[in-house]
Design a protein around this ligand. Structure first.
Ligand code: SAH
Length: 267
């Protein structure tokens, strides 16, 4: 049963009002993450490994059922090089080439939980699973696939051509369904083609919060961006209403993301 099939059950479930815990840069990599036994065929073992991963995310405070189901339904080992596949269900970022990493499951789960909670102030639970999302920094396509499972419609942009091509391959089944688009594009200033969005996720860090994106976001919409020079904080800005010229910013904890870079890299 996939994430969307369980929506009505999750919608009916009583929401856990537990405050989202905070985390620091060092804590992003779970220090005592139990090493999974390597499997010669991670595909066969991945269902069990995903269940263990979900168990660890729950222990770290992830309570949103839609997010948990999405992590459980996306095969992360298919987004990394086969040499790293046996590590795909450890809760760590892994290299995907070009100095970039596939997002850490905990960070993916945490950021989506934050955005869903902020959007829930102005959207019904039914609307929450039908949101128009932009991700800047597609990388392997893993987070884009999780976003799709959670929200229903995703545009993701990537500035490194070989990563863009690989993401297209990794996500071909989702793209075929017509709800995920991946573009070779420098998304530092957003991506107007699919705007307005309900939420924009930056998967790499900016030096300043991108206030100029106010016109690419719907009322009540959210921009989530790891922000800062050196020390980075996870910031989420909500567009309170159409008359607002700036976001209302909530600050979460310290994070460690690769930086957003400018321009396109073709090889
Ligand atoms: N979410 C991805 C990983 C993101 S790593 C995953 O799950 O695999 C950050 C990504 O942001 C890298 O692939 C990097 O090339 C991309 N990136 C950095 N600056 C960018 C920009 N200006 N426009 C689009 N993508 C960018």
């Amino acid at each position: 049963m996939g994430a969307k099939d369980k929506i009505s059950r999750a919608i009916l479930a009583k929401e856990n009002p537990t405050l989202l815990p905070r985390w620091g840069a060092r804590a992003l990599i779970e220090p005592e993450a139990e090493k999974e036994k390597s499997s010669s065929n991670p595909g066969l073992a991945s269902h069990t490994l995903r269940k263990k991963l979900i168990g660890r995310l729950k222990k770290r405070g992830i309570v949103d059922e839609i997010v948990i189901d999405a992590i459980g339904s996306v095969a992360r080992h298919q987004f990394v090089d086969s040499a790293l596949a046996s590590m795909a269900y450890e809760d760590v970022a892994l290299p995907i080439g070009f100095g970039q990493t596939i997002s850490q499951p905990f960070v993916v789960a945490k950021t989506i939980s934050i955005v869903r909670e902020l959007l829930s102030k102005t959207r019904s639970r039914e609307e929450l699973v039908q949101q128009n999302i932009l991700e800047v920094g597609c990388g392997s396509g893993y987070q884009a696939s999780i976003l799709l499972e959670c929200f229903g419609s995703v545009t993701s942009v990537e500035r490194i051509y070989p990563l863009y091509k690989k993401a297209l391959q990794n996500c071909d089944q989702y793209i075929g369904q017509g709800k995920l688009q991946i573009n070779f594009f420098d998304g530092k200033c957003g991506f107007t083609d699919g705007a307005p969005y309900d939420a924009i996720f930056f998967s790499a860090s900016l030096e300043k919060f991108p206030n100029q994106l106010i016109n690419q976001v719907k009322d009540g919409g959210v921009v989530l961006s790891p922000t800062g020079k050196g020390l980075q904080y996870l910031l989420a800005g909500t567009k309170e209403s159409s008359s607002c010229s700036s976001f209302s910013i909530s600050r979460y904890d310290v994070v460690s993301y690769v930086p957003i870079l400018e321009g396109l890299e073709r090889s």
